[in-house]
Design a protein around this ligand. Structure first.
Ligand code: ADP
Ligand code: MG
Length: 447
């Protein structure tokens, strides 16, 4: 981290020092890597992430549903086993801990879940729920535990009389306060908040967020805040990590990311936030297609199949944007049709929900290129691909288009590169010097 960045951090109320608490190093968490499902292809829920969490900060983690946020949070808590990589907590690799070492370490960390209804045991009183971690860790005497629970009720804005009540007697916001009290019981340093307010009414959300903010200050807590509501993140995080298909695409100070996103995925995600004023001029970008399956992520950059700023091959740099978009749409339709990871049920559902799947290839071409004036070299390769499709050879069709229109974005994994001097990094080939000249397209689209 640069000096400038640390200065900024020290000004922030919640980040007391720039010291690193958690270091995540090439972490991967795959599901089903033991084989079995679908020819043994594992779900690459987290696929090689690197980042630090600074002591005292709130690091936001955002990204579309299914991109791996909860899996990452759970792996940091050791509720999920890492497939590869390290998580160093205060310098110790916790992915190798077991038995009593693991149990002892667990006191330092806690998780608050999205849905208090499923995370609080309905058969236990609120007092018992909050006391559970104290019992598990054999904390002091039973009398001191009861006293501690009373204090905790007060800390989270509940009262002593709530001790003997059951979760069903509480509102959503109150239940989440119980979950927070339970998380605080053993005085952890680090808390993963997994969409802690998503299930709550907007008016209650603000109260719970304020409580979390106060608690952070009072107890010097460090938070990883998972959220899909970007406005929540913008208001309470010091830094933000943006995740897509198991990868962190961009991470940096919250103001940098919101005011001037560097990664095309962040740009797409932010442009999807509805403007408070519906008449406001904003160049909205809608992402093409659906996220690829984490069982079969794209080669090169994981965002390459949907990226509106994908680098084009040299000979197509100056091609009309709409023609290029047509090529991309055609390729996306083929990719979705050829998605071998989808079950028959998903295919049927998609067929009903998404016209392109049932479409005749001529219709797809018509939709993609319409009245556009398609240059003859493009037309020739598109025609060749169409012939393959007509012979039911999706793979050759995809290869033909890839050979002609593919670029570095599909063939090489992007490096994580620094952007500016505030400690921000982003994974995108466009940050490389040799591609800087091809920024024009990007700028046009995001102005
Ligand atoms: P997010 O929290 O961002 O919505 P998740 O971490 O829950 O994402 O899921 C990431 C991917 O891993 C998804 O494709 C999801 O279907 C898959 N996944 C999550 N949990 C499991 C599990 N226990 N077994 C198999 N796949 C899982
Ligand atoms: Mg989740």
């Amino acid at each position: 981290m640069t000096t400038l960045y640390q200065e900024e951090q020290s000004e922030s109320v919640s980040a007391q020092t720039g010291e690193t608490l958690v270091e995540v190093d090439d972490l991967k968490t795959y599901y089903g890597s033991e084989g079995g499902l679908l020819g043994g292809k594992p779900v690459k829920a987290v696929d090689g992430v690197n980042f630090d969490v600074h002591r005292g900060e709130t690091l936001g983690l955002v990204g579309e549903s299914g991109c791996g946020k909860s899996t990452l949070g759970r792996t940091l808590m050791q509720l999920e086993n890492a497939t590869a990589g390290e998580v160093r907590y205060d310098g110790t690799d916790i992915t190798t801990l077991s038995g009593s070492d693991l149990k002892q370490w667990r006191q330092n960390v806690q998780m608050v879940f999205q849905d208090p209804d499923s995370s609080l045991n309905g058969r236990m009183t609120v007092g018992e729920i909050i006391m559970e971690p104290l019992n598990v860790h054999n904390w002091k005497t039973p009398q001191e535990r009861r006293q501690r629970v009373r204090e905790l009720l007060d800390t989270v804005g509940l009262s002593e009389e709530h001790y003997y009540r059951y979760p069903f007697q509480f509102s959503g916001g109150q239940k989440q306060r119980v979950g927070i009290a339970r998380a605080l019981a053993l005085e952890p340093d680090f808390i993963v908040l997994d969409e802690p307010v998503s299930a709550l009414d907007v008016s209650v959300q603000a109260k719970v967020l304020n409580l979390l903010d106060d608690l952070q200050e009072e107890f010097g807590l460090t938070y990883l805040l998972i959220a899909h509501d970007l406005s929540v993140v913008e208001h309470i995080c010091d830094r933000v990590a943006v995740m897509y298909l198991g990868n962190i695409m961009e991470i940096g100070p919250v103001d940098d990311i919101f005011d001037d996103p560097a990664n095309p995925y962040t740009q797409s995600l932010l442009s999807a936030i509805p403007e408070p004023d519906p008449n406001a001029e904003k160049n909205r970008m809608t992402l093409r297609g659906t996220p690829p399956s984490p069982r079969d992520p794209p080669t090169g950059c994981v965002f390459s199949t949907r990226c509106p700023s994908k680098i084009r091959p040299e000979q197509y740099r100056d091609i009309d944007d709409d023609v290029w978009e047509g090529i991309e749409i055609f390729r996306e339709v083929l990719r979705e049709r050829g998605d071998v990871t989808k079950s028959v049920r998903e295919r049927v559902r998609d067929l009903l929900g998404m016209e392109t799947r049932g479409m005749d290839v001529e219709e797809v071409i018509d939709d993609a290129f319409g009245e556009l004036d398609v240059p003859s070299d493009v037309q020739q390769h598109v025609d060749e691909a169409v012939e393959h499709v007509e012979r039911d050879d999706l793979q050759s069709a995809q290869e033909t288009l890839r050979d002609e229109f593919g670029s570095v974005c599909e063939s090489e994994e992007p490096e994580t590169l620094p952007v500016g001097d505030t400690g921000r990094t982003s994974r995108c080939h466009r940050h490389r010097e040799e591609y800087e000249s091809s920024q024009a397209y990007l700028t046009d689209h995001f102005q």
